[in-house]
Design a protein. Structure first.
Ligand code: DAH
Length: 339
């Protein structure tokens, strides 16, 4: 009997297999109902009493060895790759990776911020969901001003709206810092407009603000001339027309000489030779006061332009909707070098 245990132990020890079927056959022939080890357990009653203890002990060791063998063989099967031969053809040329391009609005926004950063303006940002104070009240908008109307503004509740212009960021900058301030604030703005080639419910603006002692209208005009020459070319001229904004006094509208027809007259400039590109003016003393800046000590100018408008003149894109349709045929045409 002890001899049987020894022999079976030897067989278990030497068993090798590469297939799961063989391992299963091994399990059945040793541990199955009529398996060799199972049969030895059945013979236990025939073992003389004096040997029972030792026999039981050795039999249990044998059974554990057989079970361990099965587990080890099975797990080595799982580790092995299904087939040692690879189906990959390493000589096939790789798929080309398509490189995306910058959105035209991003290209123009970066160009504008670069031009101003070269003359000491930093970049500031504010939230697109804005409160009444920063979007209207601090900017001197009268209570009954039409821009406050539901028809122009997307209100979230009585006090909160989607900002209608980036002028709200000037208020935030002035509230949080003291002059000298030189900042530009690019960002997205929202207006409750029906979408068409010429209007959209969202677009982008860049706001500019300069506050210091003795800042004059002439400083503003010179800065804007520098900007337009850098943006549209050295030959570009500007003209300022009187206008009205609640937050600036005096206010003006800035026109550039038509970049498309060289001021000869075309349908973009409506045969006037001039294109309107932004609003500007000297910051109203009320606005300075609202932002805790002393108007007796400081003065400054502000300006605001639409990025889509500048992009339209640079790229001659005449439908605003194209900018937000994500049509790759459109977007692919713009590169940082394309103007
Ligand atoms: N916020 C004005 C708008 O959305 C643009 C503007 C005009 C900004 C004059 C200014 C400014 O800072 O001085 O139409």
């Amino acid at each position: 009997m002890f001899e049987d245990i020894k022999n079976i132990n030897h067989e278990v020890h030497n068993f090798k297999s590469k297939s799961s079927q063989e391992i299963e056959d091994f399990r059945i022939s040793y541990l199955g109902k009529k398996g060799k080890i199972t049969l030895l357990f059945n013979k236990f009653k025939e073992v003389p009493v004096s040997d029972k203890k030792e026999f039981g002990k050795q039999l249990n060791i044998l059974k554990t060895a057989a079970l361990d063998k099965i587990t080890t063989l099975k797990s080595s099967l799982n580790d092995r790759p299904k087939s040692s031969k690879s189906n990959l053809d390493y000589t096939i040329p790789g798929q080309p990776t398509e490189i995306g391009s910058r959105h035209p609005i991003t290209i123009i926004r970066d160009r504008i911020t670069n031009i101003f950063s070269q003359i000491g303006f930093n970049v500031s940002e504010g939230p697109e969901i804005e409160d009444d104070w920063h979007n209207f009240t601090a900017l001197n908008f009268p209570e009954e001003h039409p821009a406050r109307d539901m028809q122009d503004t997307f209100f979230i509740n009585k006090d909160i709206a989607l900002r209608t212009h980036t002028s709200s960021v000037q208020v935030r900058v002035m509230e949080n810092s003291q002059p000298p301030i030189r900042t530009i604030s690019p960002g997205r703005v929202y207006r409750n407009e029906a979408i068409s080639a010429r209007a959209h419910c969202f677009f982008h603006q860049v706001e500019g603000l300069y506050i210091d002692k003795d800042v004059s209208f002439a400083d503003m005009k010179q800065t804007l001339l520098y900007f337009t020459k850098a943006m549209f070319g050295n030959e570009t001229k500007i003209r300022l027309r009187p206008s009205y904004f609640p937050f600036t006094e005096p206010s003006a509208e800035v026109d550039v000489s038509c970049t498309i027809c060289n001021s000869k007259g075309c349908n973009v400039c409506k045969y006037s030779g001039w294109l309107e590109i932004m609003g500007c003016g000297m910051v109203d003393p009320n606005v300075l006061e609202n932002c805790k800046i002393d108007p007796d000590i400081y003065s400054g100018y502000a300006f605001g332009m639409g990025i889509e408008r500048i992009a339209q003149l640079i790229y001659e894109v005449n439908d605003l909707r194209l900018y937000s349709e994500n049509d790759l045929r459109f977007l692919k045409q713009f590169t940082t070098e394309s103007y």
